[in-house]
Design a protein around this ligand. Structure first.
Ligand SMILES: [Zn+2]
Ligand SMILES: [Zn+2]
Length: 265
């Protein structure tokens, strides 16, 4: 007796032909010949054994083809990289701005120092030129000097305290100028410090504002640049620059605005 034929004594060894797929069916034996189905599954949904096997095989294949993408290949990774890059270039941008302010500041102080140094050199030169003739004539016996030379020495004798006072005063002035530059430097330093405090305060506000509390109901499409708008940043930098009477040019402003806007978008 073949396994593909019905073994029921009254079913004439008919071919096993159907499988019952009816969800309502409570008969334990789901497979059978045409007579089995007449007896037990008359109104049930049935499939031929071939249809049944094909469906199950197809389903297995279909389900099998669902792929689980590895987390490492997800777009999340690219996004992280993008965030890193953008934050880095934003920080570079800010750093560059402050370096440029620092450079301007240093440049101005350097130029002030050069001016003082030039003045010193000039005073020294004047003094040497003025004293040189007397240095050589006074080395001689007075009686061998001609009248002009002697008269010059007499005049120097009379004016020496005045000349001394003149150069002492010049030296004092140079010292005062140096002191002024030192004070100016300290003033700039204090100004920079207060600007840094303003910036840090703004960043702190930014960090505590609801805009960076990434809750689930947050609208990710909303641009967050209002928090630290490009104009606000320019104003902060302008404050630093204007205090040194080096206002940002229109072109610089335009580039800076473009750079900052790009970073914040
Ligand atoms: Zn049967
Ligand atoms: Zn059935």
């Amino acid at each position: 007796m073949e396994i593909t034929n019905c073994q029921h004594p009254n079913h004439d060894s008919q071919r096993i032909k159907y499988v019952c797929v009816d969800p309502q069916c409570s008969i334990p034996k789901k497979i059978g010949c045409a007579d089995c189905f007449l007896d037990d599954h008359i109104t049930h949904i049935r499939k031929t054994t071939t249809q049944f096997k094909d469906f199950v095989n197809d389903s297995i294949q279909q389900i099998n083809s669902v792929e689980f993408q590895q987390a490492s290949n997800s777009p999340q990774k690219d996004l992280e990289k993008q965030i890193d890059t953008e934050l880095d270039s934003c920080m570079d941008c800010i750093k560059q701005k402050f370096n440029s302010i620092k450079g301007d500041l240093k440049g101005q102080i350097d130029s002030d120092m050069i001016k003082i140094s030039d003045n010193c050199t000039q005073y020294q030169l004047n003094m040497n030129n003025e004293l040189e003739p007397f240095k050589s004539t006074i080395r001689n016996d007075l009686h061998i000097l001609n009248q002009t030379e002697l008269n010059s020495l007499v005049k120097f004798y009379q004016e020496a305290p005045k000349i001394h006072k003149h150069y002492s005063k010049a030296a004092e002035q140079v010292q005062e100028e140096k002191q002024k530059i030192k004070q100016k430097k300290q003033k700039y330093l204090a100004k920079m410090r207060s600007i840094m405090q303003i910036l840090l305060k703004d960043f702190n506000e930014l960090m505590t504002s609801k805009n960076v509390q990434f809750d689930d109901c947050c609208d990710y499409e909303t641009p967050q640049k209002q928090v630290m708008s490009p104009n606000k940043m320019i104003n902060l930098v302008e404050t630093a620059r204007s205090s040194r009477r080096f206002p940002m040019s229109q072109t610089q402003k335009k580039y800076f605005l473009a750079a900052v806007t790009k970073k914040l978008e």
